[in-house]
Write a protein that binds this ligand. Structure first.
Ligand code: OGA
Ligand code: NI
Length: 347
């Protein structure tokens, strides 16, 4: 008889981060049940995931660029953008700061202590996922960046350059997301500011994902499958390691990031505001046996009291209105589902 799998050992959050950073073994807390194990090397081509040159938006190619974005939103919910207008010196500054941060010993990465719970900001590891019972093989830094009053500097590394880079970078991400929301609004036949207005005040979150090398990537997952909660997500990968996979027609497609590009996806609140014309698509990240991977996701999240409903012009007899959603309830759903199955949310 095969020996039963050992039960997860009770480890503190910082022990868990240390374990995955060392990467010489996979503690049981991270091992997925067989039915949830990912196919790591997909043979399917991701060349079809559209790459959009945003430089064309300002010239006579505008209509063409908008139509490529529209098709990408309808068919994939994902696309990459190049010539996106994000200041390359700000990207480099951010990258340098993140590399410096990740070079710190684990206990120095979290000045306010390891992050507690799903929603709070700071540095730590992921929580136990309700559908798999396992944790993600990643450590991450979650920062609330807009409105500026949300910035909890106590939990940020105490270096002026880190804070300065975050400020400059998140402003660029705010501008990029606003530009994309404008394109999506126009593509839906609406006024350019329609989606921005439907989402209300921006509550931007920045997530610095660090996926250390994993000794056996086929039994663990970097980011379990999910959709993003807010309006749109702008994700930048610091290295060229393939890890992100996107679900389309029941199959996972790997994303091969173009250097310097942003991977953009429609998130849940744009699905609601667009009355389901644009869908928020499931995605996940697999890990690599030899290489670390770092991604920085900027989420266009909302005020917890914001109630998003389908934009009236997009409701018709053939397309009745989908239910309105209060963002805070939607964001809590994760935590509640985790709680329901008796797993710890707050460590
Ligand atoms: C996320 C996410 C994927 C990645 O942070 O929401 O989907 O490639 N990340 O890191
Ligand atoms: Ni995501």
């Amino acid at each position: 008889m095969a020996p039963a799998m050992p039960p997860p050992v009770k480890l503190s959050e910082s022990d868990l981060v240390e374990k995955i950073s060392k990467g010489d073994e996979i503690p049981a807390n991270f091992i997925l049940p067989v039915e949830h194990r990912p196919e790591v090397c997909l043979t399917r081509s991701s060349d079809e995931i559209p790459v959009v040159d945003l430089a064309g938006l300002d010239g006579d190619k505008r209509e063409e660029v908008l139509s490529v974005i529209h098709k990408a939103c309808l068919e994939w919910g994902f696309f990459q953008v190049v010539n996106h207008g994000v200041d390359p010196s700000v990207q480099q500054y951010m990258k340098d700061q993140v590399e410096e941060f990740l070079a710190l010993p684990v206990h120095e990465r979290a000045p306010g202590g390891i992050r507690k719970g799903v929603a709070s900001q700071g540095y730590g590891t992921g929580y136990v996922k309700p559908d798999t019972g396992a944790r993600d093989w990643r450590d991450y830094f979650l920062l609330r960046t807009y409105p500026e009053s949300m910035r909890d500097y106590e939990t940020w590394p105490n270096r002026d350059s880190f804070r300065d880079a975050i400020s400059k970078y998140t402003l660029e991400m705010k501008k990029l997301a606003e530009k994309l929301l404008e394109c999506l609004s126009i593509n839906l036949g609406l006024a350019p500011n329609a989606l921005k207005d439907a989402l209300g005040e921006l509550h931007q979150d920045l997530l610095i994902n660090h996926y250390p090398p994993c000794p056996n990537p086929s039994v663990a997952i970097g980011a379990n499958k999910h959709t993003d909660l807010g309006g749109v997500t702008c994700l930048w990968q610091l290295d060229d390691v393939v890890g992100l996979q996107v679900l389309k027609d029941g199959e996972w497609y790997p994303v091969h990031p173009k250097p310097g590009a942003y991977i953009i996806n429609v998130a849940d609140m744009v699905e609601v505001a667009s009355n389901g014309i644009y869908k928020s698509i499931q995605h996940r990240a697999v890990v690599n046996p030899a290489k670390r991977r770092v991604s920085i996701a900027a989420f266009y999240d909302l005020h917890p009291d914001a109630v998003v409903k389908p934009i009236p012009e997009l409701v018709s007899e053939e397309r009745p209105a989908c239910p309105a959603v209060r963002f805070g309830d939607h964001a809590m759903k994760l935590a509640i589902e985790t709680d329901k199955v008796g797993l710890k949310v707050v460590n």
